[in-house]
Design a protein around this ligand. Sequence first.
Ligand SMILES: Cc1cc2nc3c(=O)[nH]c(=O)nc-3n(C[C@H](O)[C@H](O)[C@H](O)COP(=O)(O)OP(=O)(O)OC[C@H]3O[C@@H](n4cnc5c(N)ncnc54)[C@H](O)[C@@H]3O)c2cc1C
Length: 465
Amino acid sequence: MSNATQTKLHRLTDELNRLIGKENVLYSLEERICYAYDGSKQKCIPDVVLRPQDTQQVSGILCLANEYKIPVYPRGAGSGLTGGSVPIQSGMVLDFSRMNQILEIIPENLTATVEPGVVTHTLQSEVAKHKLFYPPDPASAAFSTLGGNVAECSGGITGLKYGVTRDYILSLEVVLADGSIIHTGRKTLKSVTGYDLTRLFVGSEGTLGVFTQITVKLLPLPEKIETLLAFFTTPEQAVRTANQIILNNLLPRALEFIDKSSIDCIQGYKQEFQIPKDVHAILLIDIDGKETSVNIETSLIERIITENQALKVVSAKNAKERDILWEVRRAISPALYTIAAFKINEDICVPRSQILEILQRIDEIHKRYPSLKVANFGHIGDGNIHVNVLYKEKDQQVTAKRMIEEILLNTIELGGTISGEHGIGNVKSDFMPLEIPPHELRIMKDIKQLLDPNGILNPGKMFPL
Ligand SMILES: Cc1cc2nc3c(=O)[nH]c(=O)nc-3n(C[C@H](O)[C@H](O)[C@H](O)COP(=O)(O)OP(=O)(O)OC[C@H]3O[C@@H](n4cnc5c(N)ncnc54)[C@H](O)[C@@H]3O)c2cc1C
């Protein structure tokens, strides 16, 4: 525990116990260690973990933290990949697992309102009972939370057709750093009154305010989903196929790319998922909508795949087979650890027309770093490629970061961005100036200063300390 914060927290213990109940104020080392990590694998133990149960409690906590200038780290499921919820300056972790209620689903309005600790898949399943659809679908949907998704503006496999989290957030209840509570936007499908504060908070990574209620837009649940798996001997064939699908006015629900290194890692993962020899690239494609249009679009896409000399194309025969194909896709990220013990997972995004170019440039760059391994997979449909740089020894990290910087510079040169969906956190904050010029960074820092003058909300994230 840091000395200065320890003294402050001693003074606050009684007040925190009174505010949220002693059982929700966690001081033991064993409990605090559980909140030291996220998916970025950093480790920083917080001084205390607080589990608020409602907005007033969050407001009370932030009032105290602001008065005593104690860092506050909001946390959903801790699945972030850029250190967003890691308490790098110790202080308080705000755990939202006790604010996990779906407050309302209103089918005639096509909206739902939830607390931030609701797991994304839970919301998807609950609205599906009303034949409704919450489209944002990060590969972590089974465990990540709506609060984390909103803070990161998470994307996922449905981004090409349906957009990302930002496109579904209508209104937010936000507790600001001083404990005041604001409501951005309206629960209406349209609202242009004043500046769009909702958009400002979406993707703010817990640095501008803490979400306590989230109202999302819903769509009718698609009648049918068809899944195709296409095997290619070269990545060029796969990228060309993806482009031709779009150029033929077809918009699949998901259009995912898997390269040779990633294929090697998932080979044999599932008995049902057999990959023919000589395959160097895979496309995994979901087509959804009304049954008749899905059938027509699926045959058109199959024709495009065949015209591009695919070795083989298979379709999932039922929901179980479809689940297996997607389970294998979701397994890629952890499976990459079979290549090397250390991994840096980038999530660059380029205009779709530049996908082949960036893949070729990554290959060229890789030739200058022969001791590192590279695996690329991801949401090729929206230009978002997960570039994974892998290395065996810890001291290769500096070299890996040099290689990544080259990849990021090339991404920006091609009109792309250094993060399509994982956010900046502290892992990528040093790279922010590569993409954002000084005067724009100044505006962002001024906004932060206005909303959080004492810098208590997620300090050390987004901007370097
Ligand atoms: C296997 C795996 C697959 C993944 N796939 C994808 C993917 O396909 N697409 C994608 O975009 N991401 C993906 N991710 C990354 C991650 O799951 C997302 O960033 C997710 O949105 C994080 O949610 P969380 O609940 O775990 O949030 P956390 O990791 O706990 O926190 C993330 C950020 O949100 C902030 N935060 C959390 N709750 C609140 C709140 N109530 N108010 C304000 N700020 C808050 C935190 O401070 C932090 O900055 C993946 C991660 C893993 C491990």
